[in-house]
Design a binder for this molecule. Structure first.
Ligand code: LLP
Length: 446
């Protein structure tokens, strides 16, 4: 047995290790036994890691003088079992559709801790939110504000709302950009005065309880400066709005976006560093502008579930092009993880059935969809690879399964939760019969 190439991934996330069979183990469960039991492609979630991330977030904000809320952004990954797990962890939830809301309620997630997002909430979805008595709606535009006003008036029911601001700050990884005029489909623009107008209007509506502001500046952010700039900007405007029409900022929601490690190139900050910077900026700016401290709410998605997820694939065919590269195909790809094809996202992987070995082969991992663009990883160092080996792609827990499709009629993978040596099938694999459930034979009509 040669050595494991730690350059691949300096340290495994969460409860991942190599066992004495030289297999990758997650949450005390051998991934090869999982692949044999449930087949591949298979999403494996380390629920112990999900819980510790949730606790890290809660602890990180615990020193704040006012209340805080950590709302998990469901879009990163949702399932009935995950919502059940989250319900026990006393956190809040961000949903962006009637579908996410439905599943969360079915799982018994407390409606009062659900926040509803989205730039085009339908009338139907707003009725569902109102009927469920959810905690708050993050209002995105004037049409929506009008619809909520009509519905709350009709049902004579109060609804708490945050106004989503497009703050003119965009953060991505190590860069952040401030812009004056914001060109985005989300939220109310500051520069044009729409934000002011929306807040003044919301305040005047009888059944709308305007509790604060929301801004989300981007994803996979490795710096704190973007959050600091947005906090200063929002509190500065709050002073004016307070003077002009008595706006009272009770809640400041700074969204999500906290970065994770996909490959060794990624160096995310500890969660407590993001939290400290956010809390300190709010304290400093509130003091500066002589405002009362607002509650702080955050909406992490990727940073809760991203590193907790691993995808297992079975290695299939290989194609060697002399002096060019070796393609190794696996039994999944863009249908279960669209991120490399859509965003050029980078991942790394290891052979789950022989983790310690000589890493003397450089291969490119291809998906099985009929598209040249269906490549999961380019130029990955691995041990000599054979048909039937198992490839584990790391940190696939966010926006992988949740963005999966049936492209090429590939059934969506199963999702397994592992913890303390126990595995639990959270979502079963889709079957060909599941496809038929939605279909109707044309013969019936004829
Ligand atoms: N809050 C709002 C309002 C958001 O729009 C998002 C993500 C989040 C919170 C959570 O952000 P996170 O902590 O997960 O970065 N599909 C893309 C990511 C899209 C993010 C959309 N909004 C990807 O795969 O990278």
């Amino acid at each position: 047995m040669d050595q494991f190439n730690h350059q691949q991934f300096p340290e495994f996330p969460g409860n991942m290790r190599i066992n004495d069979k030289n297999h990758l183990e997650i949450g005390g469960v051998d991934t090869i036994s999982l692949a044999e039991k449930y087949a591949t492609p298979l999403y494996v979630y380390d629920t112990g890691l999900i819980k510790s991330r949730l606790n890290e977030f809660k602890d990180a904000f615990s020193s704040y003088e006012k209340a805080t809320q950590v709302a998990y952004a469901s879009k990163a990954f949702s399932s009935l079992a995950l919502y059940e797990l989250l319900a026990k962890e006393s956190i809040s939830l961000d949903v962006v559709s009637g579908g996410e809301l439905f599943l969360a309620i079915k799982a018994g997630f407390p409606a009062s801790k659900i926040h509803f997002h989205g730039n085009n909430k339908s009338h139907h979805e707003l009725v569902e939110a109102l009927n469920a008595d959810i905690g708050c709606i993050v209002v995105d535009n004037f049409t929506e504000l009008d619809m909520i006003n009509q519905l709350t008036t009709l049902h004579q029911k109060q609804m708490k709302v945050l106004i989503r601001i497009t703050p003119g700050v965009e953060a991505h990884t190590h860069e952040y950009i401030t812009t004056g005029q914001e060109d985005s489909k989300f939220g109310f623009d500051l520069a044009s005065g729409q934000a002011k107008e929306a807040i003044e209007l919301a305040q005047s509506l009888k059944y709308i309880d305007l509790i604060g502001l929301h801004a989300h500046i981007g994803s996979q952010i490795f710096e704190t400066v973007g959050y600091e700039v947005v906090i200063e900007r929002l509190l500065q405007h709050t002073v004016d709005w307070k003077k002009q029409f008595g706006f009272d900022l009770k809640v400041l929601n700074v969204g999500g976006g906290f970065g994770i490690r996909y490959t060794k190139e990624d160096a995310p900050l500890p969660i407590k560093d993001y939290a400290m910077s956010i809390m300190n900026s709010v304290r400093k700016q509130a003091d500066n502008f002589e405002l009362e401290l607002p509650e702080i709410w955050v909406e992490p998605g990727r940073s809760i579930v991203g590193e907790a997820g691993t995808t297992l694939y079975t290695v299939g065919t290989q194609k060697m092009i002399p002096n060019v590269r070796k393609y190794v195909s696996v039994d999944g790809g863009m249908a279960d993880n669209i991120r490399p094809a859509l965003y050029d996202a980078k991942y790394t992987g290891v052979l789950a059935n022989k983790v310690y070995a000589k890493y003397d082969s450089t291969v490119s991992i291809a998906g099985k969809a009929c598209e040249s663009g269906d490549m999961l990883i380019w130029d990955l160092d691995l041990p000599e690879i054979e048909q039937g080996d198992y490839l584990a792609v790391l940190s696939t827990g966010a926006y992988g399964y949740s963005m999966a499709s049936n492209y090429n009629r590939l059934p969506r993978p199963a999702v397994v939760f592992v913890e303390d040596g126990i595995d639990f099938l959270a979502i079963r694999r889709e079957t060909y019969e599941d496809f038929l459930n939605l279909e109707q034979s044309f013969e019936i009509k004829c």
